[in-house]
Write a protein that binds this ligand. Structure first.
Ligand code: UGA
Length: 443
């Protein structure tokens, strides 16, 4: 099928590439000419395991192309995806500027019947606004073309995006048009083998499904972080509790890892946007507000531990930070817990020596040059001359360090483990004080 996708961010680029991989003719459209040029040369705008080879191969095979030419991309497509960003605006609602701009562009250039599919995470009711925007432009051109608008939210995770796209748990299609549903079923048939993954519903339910999924996952995390804070105070170990509750299949083991708080481009933004949507409909989503508040506080827990350990004297101290990305296998630092920690350390007068396997460029871009930040080439280099070590992102490369070397390198051997990746006994056996999340205090 001939597919055009607006937006070459995470969602658009990964979706376009996977659709090309199964034999569709895909055109990815972006207004950023430099990005488009780069993609043509095989330069990825994001770090995502496995994506570069797929992009290069499909581009070489002529199934995947990149352009800034919206008009021809729309004219040739049977299916047009909208996969542009929906950043939060000042009050936390999703900003639909980009989505509606693409909708208007579609209306200005549509020449044939097509299915318009919204993949961006958008508040309930957006499909109607997209339909209106397209219709207005068509009316302006005096054209009475039939088109359908469907909602097809994306559930891919950064770091696992290609796998999630090629082997999805579910494919949610929201539309009241039989024609749109049939087209999308045909498009997704290669991803829907062996067992039925397509969940068909009305547009509004599909739009809400996306927010409900992210809000529930964020709720699980904040719930566990709250339990960790309680465990800490009552002298229990949250890791034991996690095992104890996860074995109940109704609870499950996934997304119950306590830590330094959730980050990324989705959970913080989506929980907030859903809360705002509820408010617009005069409903106060108390649980969502609490999920957010717990997360905000959780991002300060590691710093609070350090502050306490060093009895408030952080001026002039140096802290090694392992992990800057909001989670492993990505270079994305949006809403990352590391940023809250770094800000707090800097405000307290400390210097940071930081290392992340992928996010160093991103860190340099965000923070620029400053005297209280040293971006290091390796995890070991970050330890040089540091007083303490904080682990903020659980990259595999940090899981089995040489504790004797850490003990020798740190001036005051102490680890603040923001993801509970170490065995406290092993750390303490090496003569290093240990603080985790919800695991009591090192003495
Ligand atoms: C999330 C969802 O998991 C995807 O299903 C969804 O498609 C995506 O948002 C989206 O809306 O686009 P992502 O933001 O890539 O994906 O990252 P996650 O793996 O969900 O992690 C989010 C944050 O939660 C990370 O900071 C991670 O460290 C934290 N987390 C996760 C925990 O603190 N504990 C856990 O048990 C799990």
């Amino acid at each position: 099928m001939r597919v055009s996708i607006f937006g070459t961010g995470y969602v658009g680029l990964v979706t376009g590439t996977c659709l090309a991989e199964v034999g569709n003719q895909v055109t990815c459209v972006d207004i950023d000419a430099a990005k488009v040029e780069g993609l043509r040369r095989g330069e990825m705008p994001i770090y995502e395991p496995g994506l570069d080879t797929l992009v290069v191969d499909n581009h070489a095979a002529g199934r995947l192309s990149f352009t800034t030419d919206a008009a021809s991309a729309i004219a040739s497509a049977e299916i047009v995806f909208i996969a542009v960003g929906t950043p939060p605006d000042e009050d936390g609602s999703a900003d639909l500027r980009h989505v509606l701009a693409v909708a208007r562009t579609i209306g200005q250039h549509l020449t044939r019947t097509a299915v318009i599919v919204n993949k961006s995470t958008v508040p309930v009711g957006t499909a109607d606004r997209v339909r209106d925007a397209i219709r207005t432009e068509l009316d302006r051109r005096g054209l009475d073309l039939a088109f359908d608008v469907a909602s097809n939210p994306e559930f891919l995770k950064e770091g696992d995006a290609v796998k999630d796209c090629m082997r999805p748990d579910r494919i949610v299609i929201g539309s009241d048009s039989r024609r749109a549903i049939e087209q999308l079923k045909r498009l997704y048939a290669p991803f829907n083998r062996n067992h039925e993954r397509i969940v068909q519903m009305d547009v509004r339910s599909a739009e809400l499904t996306k927010y409900a999924a992210n809000a529930l996952l964020a709720t699980k995390i904040s719930f566990m972080n709250e339990m960790a804070n309680i465990a800490e105070r009552v002298g229990a170990d949250i890791e034991m509790v996690r095992h104890g509750i996860g074995s109940d299949p109704r609870i499950g083991y996934s997304f119950i890892y306590p830590g330094a708080g959730y980050g990324g481009s989705c959970f913080p933004k989506d929980v907030q946007a859903l809360e705002r949507t509820a408010r617009q409909y005069r409903y106060e989503a108390k649980l969502l507000g609490a999920v957010e508040a717990v997360n905000r506080a959780q991002k300060q827990v590691l710093f609070a531990r350090m502050h306490e350990h060093f009895e408030g004297r952080l001026v002039g101290r140096t802290v090694a930070v392992w992990g800057l990305a909001f989670k492993p296998n990505t270079d994305d630092m949006r809403e990352a817990s590391s940023r809250a920690l770094l800000d707090a350390l800097w405000s307290a007068g400390a210097t940071v020596r930081a290392y992340d396997p992928e996010a160093m460029h991103e860190a340099a871009r965000i923070f620029g040059k400053r005297d209280d930040l040293v971006l290091c080439d390796s995890a070991d280099a970050a330890l040089d001359g540091a007083d303490a070590l904080a682990v903020v992102t659980e990259w595999k490369a940090f899981w089995s360090p040489d504790f004797a070397r850490i003990a020798a390198a740190l001036r005051q051997p102490v680890i603040f483990d923001g993801r509970n990746i170490y065995d406290p006994a092993a750390v303490e056996a090496a003569g290093i004080a240990y603080y985790g999340i919800g695991r009591g205090r090192s003495v």
